[in-house]
Design a protein. Structure first.
Length: 152
């Protein structure tokens, strides 16, 4: 594991955005498309801001949203969907967002869509037929397919 120490949250966000953007560009080069799951909160402000300014072909990226409050309307000021729409999706052109709502049935559908994606962990761009389990990654990261991808 490589541990990087940054001078401040802004520098950490910039470094995380650069690394994430490179992983996205690599996936696009290898597979033609890429997927990303974004979380929200004050700790993500700098990363999301810097990532939105990175040179990525966003039209080839699907964005998944990590979680949402149950019963909160998408236009509520505390909505994570609103947060990502305003801070990221509105700033990048062509990205395909898949938002989670506070509805467990909808969250399950989005979770199934996320799990149906290409199996990049094997180094091949194909639909995954492996069981939900730890998979090796060519970048040296461990990827897990959770049993319940969205927790409400």
């Amino acid at each position: 594991m490589i541990i990087r120490v940054c001078a401040n949250p802004e520098a950490l966000g910039a470094a995380a955005a650069r690394q994430t953007a490179q992983l996205l560009r690599d996936a696009i080069a290898e597979c033609g498309t890429a997927r990303i799951v974004l979380s929200t909160g004050a700790s993500q402000f700098a990363t999301i801001d810097h990532l939105s300014r990175e040179d990525v072909d966003w039209s080839r990226v699907e964005m998944f949203h990590l979680d949402e409050y149950i019963g909160l309307p998408e236009n509520h000021r505390a909505s994570f969907q609103k947060y990502l729409q305003e801070r990221f999706v509105d700033k990048v052109r062509g990205i395909k967002p898949h938002y989670v709502t506070g509805d467990p049935v909808h969250a399950a559908k989005v979770g199934a869509l996320l799990q149906s994606g290409p199996d990049r962990g094997s180094g091949a761009c194909r639909q995954s037929r492996r069981p939900a389990a730890k998979r090796p990654d060519p970048c040296g990261l461990d990827w897990y397919r959770p049993k319940y991808p969205y927790r409400l």
